[in-house]
Design a protein around this ligand. Sequence first.
Ligand code: PXP
Length: 245
Amino acid sequence: MALSSSPLRLGVNIDHVATVRNARGGAFPDPVRAALLAAEAGADGITAHLREDRRHITDNDIARLSAGLTIPLNLEMAATAEMLAVALRHRPHAACIVPEKREERTTEGGLDAAGQREALAPIVAALREAGVRVSLFIEPDPRQIEAAIRLGAPVVELHTGRYAELDGDARAAELRRLADAAALAAKNGIEVHAGHGLTYDNVAPVAAIPPLRELNIGHFLVGEAIFVGLDASVRRMRDAMESAR
Ligand code: PXP
């Protein structure tokens, strides 16, 4: 059932193409080739996370993506001086500030925008001044939305990791938290994105949340590409998102 007529963009995260490449070193498979293919398949943007330990995407990947993409690049980055310098060098269309712990396997939990306002404020300001659209990757929690408002972030990305891990009533409750947080952010003029752990099977209820404007999806699409190819996995995800709106 179509619930909203607003378009919902798909950002394809290509980090795990680089994970496979880095398992052997060398240049294959190339995340930039994956990005170009995802764009042809209908991705609206490409997302890449340059982690402090460079476990997947490298500085050279960011340089090549910045030079070669025809669709917007969303750089996921920790709130550090090093990553701010990278962002200011390449000036991607967007930067999503994420929490980062060396020992985690993936981004576990959202940014504590409420607890780290002082540290985040100069980074958000510097990115905005450089014309980079800033988003904060946060839990669907009203305290975090309020902190994003006070920080002047134009975008928040709601962490769907808990939603993706839960079942039954607990999943329904988390979906309500996502919808409430999206409504609160949108009411305050903040553009709302979401992502983490989304698959063909769990994407529809999230995609149906009316204020959402963008989903960022990576691990599942790259994994599915092993079986059906990246073109097919991106197209099928787009269809699943569109039929939920
Ligand atoms: N959004 C953000 C901010 C992320 O950190 C990630 C994971 O890198 C994603 C979206 C995509 O999550 P997944 O790879 O589970 O689809």
